[in-house]
Design a protein around this ligand. Structure first.
Ligand code: C2E
Ligand code: MG
Ligand code: MG
Length: 701
C-alpha cells in the first residue's frame, strides 16, 4: 500500500488522520512520533508536544488489567502487529490527570514516507464497558430476583425438553437443574395433569403464542404435590422461526394453602369443621331455590344442646369443646350426605333437610338426632348426659328466606326447651303470636318499671314446731290489664329485654322500704329474701349498691337474704360476688336445690347459709321413691354441713308429715300460706304462731 502514497497522499493521509474522531498515533521504534487532535483531547493534554516521543507505557498504568506490565505488553503487541501486519487488543490508558480508561487498540504496520511505522488507533471502550457492566448487572439482578423469589426459570427446545433451568427449582421441586435438562415439564406432573397441560401447550405452541398464569401441578421429587403458575414466551431464531419456549415458574403451593385456609376459616367452623353460618345461609338459599323449582319443601332444624352450658362452665372450655365435637359427629352420623349440618356458634347447630315430604319426615330425623345425642358420653373419667332441643321451620310455608326460617326455627326450639327439652317442636303461628306478645310485654314492662308499677308479695317461711316465721320471700307480682303475669315470664321478658337490672333494683328498694315500714310499725320483721337472676350478678358494683341501699334505710345486711339459683352461680365472677356479699353480712340461700348440675360443689365452695329443696322434689315425695330419697339425702347433707334447709312448695299434710318425720323444720308453701300482699302478711304476722294452729291437728305443730 505504501507505494500509493505521494506527497499529495501524505497530505491526504494527514487530513484523514487529523479528522478521525478516534485517537490515532504513529509509532516508530515503539515510541509515538505523531498523534491526532482526538488523541490529545482524549488524554486531556494541552497539546501534542508532551506526547510526542512518549513510549506507550508512559501513557498507561504500570500494569494492564490482565496483570502484565504495560511496558512488556506494549512491546509484545507491537511485535505481533509488525509480525502479522495488524493486531487488535484491549488496553487501558492513563489520562494526563491520572484517570484510567479502557480502549480497543488496533495496530497496523504501514510504510509511511518510506518509513516502516505502526499506525495505531484507539476506540474508547468506556461506553462499551458501561454497557457491558450494565448488562452484567442486569443479568445479576435478574438472577438475584429469581433466586430470591420462589421462582425458577427455564427454556425448552422445540420438542419441549428442558435445555436450560435455573433459579429455585431444587428447593421447589427437589430436582437440580442438571436433573431436569433433557426431560419435559410433563415428566414432573401427575399423569392426568400432564395430559391436561400437554393439550393446552399444544394449542399454545400451534399458535406460537405467549402464555401467562397457567396454573399447573407438579410432583416434587419426593412425591408431594406442588402448585405453580407458569408464564412463557416463544424463543425465535434469527429468521423468526420458533425454536422453543422460555419462561418462569412460580411456586404457589403456600399461597394456595393459605387461600384454602382462608376459605376454610371463612366458611367453616374451626372447632367442628362444620359449615358456619355464612355457608349455611348459602346452602339454605340453594335448597330453597331448588325447592321452588321442584315444588319441594326445605326444613330448617334449629338445635340447641341441653345442659351444655353447665358442663362448659363448671368443667372448663376444653371439655366443652370436646363435647361439641363429639356431639357434632353423632348428629352428622344420622344425616344423609345431602343434608347440611352447620354450627351457628356455642352449642347451637342447624340442620337443613333439602327435601321433606311432611312433618313426620322431620320428626324421624329429629328423633334419631335426639337419641344419638342422649347416649352418655364419658370424658376424662366422667360421664355426661346431654340432650338436644330441636325447633323446626319449613320453607316455603314458614318463610322463603334464610333469616325468617332461622328465626322461626329458633322460636320453635325455645318452645321445645320450655316443653321439657330433648324434644322437637315445629314452628306454628301461635308461637309467633307468643313472640309478638313477648315483645309487647317488654314495652309494657319497661313502662311499669319506670313508673314503679310492679308489686311484691311475700310468702312466709314457717318453723315447726312452734309456728314462728323467721323469714319471708319477696316475689314479684305484675298485673297487666287486670291479669297477673306469671313471675317466671316477667323475669324472662326482663332478661331478654335488658330490663333485669332495673327490675332487680326496683324489687330490692321496694323490699327494703317494706322491711323498714314493718320495723317502724313495731313488728318483729322477719328476714326478707330477695331473688336474684344471673344478669344481675354480672355487675361489679352490686355489693356496694346493696350495702348502700340497706344503710340508707337504717337497716342491716342481716335483714336481707339473697336467693340464688345455681344458674346464677355459673355467671362469670358470680362466686366472687357471693363471697363479697357474705363478707358484707348478707345471708345467702341456694334456691331450687337439686335441680342444677353440681349443687354439692357449690355447697363446698361457697358461704351458703340456707338451701331450699326444690318444689319438684317435694311435690313427688309421696308418689316417687326417688324424690323421697333425694329429699332425705338433702336434709342429711344440710344437717351435716350445718345449713338451714327449707322445704319449698309444701302443699299437703302428707308432704309435711314426711318432712317432719325426717327432722325438717323450715317450710314454705301453700299449706301454710300463699304469697301475700304486704298488709295481709302483716296481719298474719300479728296473729303470731296461732296462725298455724290448724296444723296442730295434723300432729305437726
Ligand atoms: P322461687 O324463687 O323458687 O319462688 C318460689 C315459687 O314457688 C314462687 O312462684 C311461689 O309462689 C311458688 N310457690 C311457693 N309455695 C308453693 C306451693 O305450695 N305450691 C306451688 N304450686 N307454688 C308455690 P312465683 O312467685 O311464681 O315465682 C316463680 C319464680 O320467679 C321464683 O321461683 C323466682 O325464681 C322468680 N322470681 C319471682 N320473683 C322474683 C324477683 O323479684 N326477682 C327474680 N330475679 N326472680 C323472681
Ligand atoms: Mg326463691
Ligand atoms: Mg325455688
Amino acid at each position: 500500500m505504501a507505494e500509493r502514497f505521494s506527497p499529495v497522499g501524505e497530505e491526504w493521509f494527514r487530513g484523514i488522520f487529523e479528522a478521525s474522531p478516534d485517537p490515532a498515533w504513529i509509532i516508530e521504534n515503539r515510541r509515538f512520533i505523531d498523534c491526532n487532535r482526538a488523541a490529545v483531547s482524549t488524554l486531556r493534554y494541552p497539546d501534542k508536544r508532551a506526547l510526542l516521543g512518549a513510549h506507550p507505557k508512559d501513557l498507561s498504568p504500570e500494569l494492564q488489567p490482565c496483570g502484565e506490565a504495560s511496558a512488556a505488553k506494549a512491546k509484545h503487541m507491537i511485535g505481533l502487529a509488525e509480525e502479522r501486519g495488524s493486531h487488535r487488543f484491549e488496553w487501558t490508558h492513563r489520562r494526563a490527570d491520572g484517570s484510567l480508561f479502557p480502549t480497543e487498540v488496533t495496530l497496523s504496520a504501514i510504510t509511511l514516507l518510506d518509513r516502516a511505522v505502526v499506525y495505531c488507533s484507539w476506540r474508547d471502550l468506556s461506553d462499551h464497558d458501561r454497557m457491558a457492566q450494565a448488562l452484567r448487572e442486569s443479568e445479576q439482578r435478574f438472577r438475584d430476583f429469581t433466586f430470591a423469589s420462589a421462582d425458577w426459570i427455564w427454556e425448552v427446545d422445540a420438542r419441549g425438553r428442558f435445555t436450560y433451568v435455573a433459579g429455585n427449582v431444587e428447593s421447589v421441586l427437589g430436582y437440580t437443574p442438571a436433573e431436569l435438562i433433557g426431560r419435559t415439564p410433563f415428566d414432573i406432573m401427575p399423569l392426568e395433569e400432564a395430559r391436561r397441560v400437554r393439550r393446552l401447550m399444544k394449542d399454545i405452541a400451534r399458535h406460537q403464542r405467549s402464555f401467562s398464569d397457567l396454573h399447573n401441578v407438579n410432583l416434587h421429587k419426593h412425591g408431594r404435590l406442588r402448585h405453580s403458575v407458569t408464564n412463557g414466551m416463544p424463543i425465535r431464531d434469527a429468521s423468526g422461526a420458533v425454536i422453543g419456549y422460555r419462561g418462569i415458574d412460580r411456586d404457589t403451593t403456600a399461597l394456595r394453602e393459605r387461600d384454602e385456609k382462608i376459605l376454610r376459616l371463612a366458611y367453616y367452623d374451626a372447632l367442628t369443621g362444620l359449615p358456619n353460618r355464612i355457608l349455611l345461609e348459602d346452602r339454605v338459599a340453594q335448597a330453597l331455590a331448588a325447592a321452588r323449582r321442584n315444588q319441594l319443601r326445605t326444613a330448617l332444624l334449629f338445635l340447641d344442646l341441653d345442659r351444655f352450658k353447665v358442663v362448659n362452665d363448671s368443667l372448663g372450655h376444653d371439655i366443652g369443646d370436646q363435647l361439641l365435637v363429639i356431639m357434632s359427629k353423632r348428629m352428622q352420623s344420622v344425616l344423609r350426605a345431602s343434608d347440611t349440618l352447620a354450627r351457628l356458634g356455642g352449642d347451637e347447630f342447624v340442620v337443613v333437610l333439602g327435601d321433606v315430604k311432611d312433618a313426620a319426615a322431620i320428626a324421624a330425623v329429629a328423633e334419631k338426632i335426639i337419641a344419638e345425642v342422649a347416649r352418655p358420653v364419658s370424658l376424662q373419667g366422667q360421664e355426661f348426659n346431654i340432650g338436644v332441643s330441636i325447633g323446626a321451620a319449613i320453607g316455603p310455608d314458614d318463610g322463603d328466606n334464610f333469616p325468617s326460617l332461622l328465626k322461626r326455627a329458633d322460636i320453635a326450639m325455645y318452645r321445645a326447651k320450655a316443653d321439657g327439652k330433648s324434644t322437637l317442636r315445629l314452628f306454628d303461628g301461635s308461637m309467633k303470636a307468643q313472640v309478638m306478645r313477648h315483645l309487647h310485654l317488654e314495652g309494657r314492662l319497661r313502662k311499669a318499671i319506670d313508673n314503679g308499677d310492679v308489686d311484691l308479695h311475700y310468702q312466709p317461711k314457717i318453723r315447726l314446731p312452734g309456728g314462728s316465721v323467721p323469714g319471708v320471700e319477696a316475689l314479684i307480682r305484675w298485673r297487666l290489664d287486670g291479669a297477673l303475669v306469671p313471675a317466671p315470664l316477667v323475669i324472662s321478658v326482663a332478661d331478654e329485654g335488658g330490663l333485669i337490672g332495673a327490675l332487680g333494683d326496683l324489687v330490692l328498694s321496694k323490699t327494703l322500704d317494706q322491711v323498714r315500714t314493718w320495723k317502724a310499725a313495731g313488728l318483729p320483721a322477719p328476714r326478707t329474701a330477695v331473688n336474684f337472676s344471673a344478669h344481675q350478678f354480672s355487675s361489679a358494683q352490686l355489693v356496694d349498691r346493696m350495702v348502700r341501699a340497706v344503710g340508707d334505710r337504717g337497716l342491716a345486711p342481716q335483714d336481707l337474704e339473697v336467693e340464688l339459683t345455681e344458674s346464677v352461680l355459673m355467671a362469670d365472677q358470680a362466686c366472687d360476688i357471693v363471697d363479697r356479699l357474705h363478707a358484707a353480712g348478707f345471708l345467702l340461700t341456694l334456691d331450687d336445690f337439686g335441680t342444677g348440675y353440681s349443687s354439692l360443689g357449690y355447697l363446698k365452695r361457697l358461704p351458703i347459709h340456707t338451701i331450699k329443696i326444690d318444689r319438684s322434689f317435694i311435690r313427688d315425695i309421696a308418689s316417687d321413691h326417688r324424690s323421697a330419697a333425694l329429699v332425705e339425702a338433702i336434709l342429711a347433707i344440710g344437717r351435716s354441713l350445718g345449713l338451714e334447709v327449707v322445704a319449698e312448695g309444701v302443699e299437703t299434710r302428707e308432704q309435711l308429715r314426711f318432712l317432719v318425720d325426717r327432722d325438717c323444720t323450715l317450710f314454705q308453701g301453700h299449706l301454710f300460706s300463699r304469697p301475700l300482699a304486704a298488709d295481709a302478711l302483716q296481719q298474719l304476722l300479728q296473729r303470731g304462731p296461732e296462725a298455724f294452729n290448724f296444723l296442730a291437728g295434723a300432729g305437726c305443730a
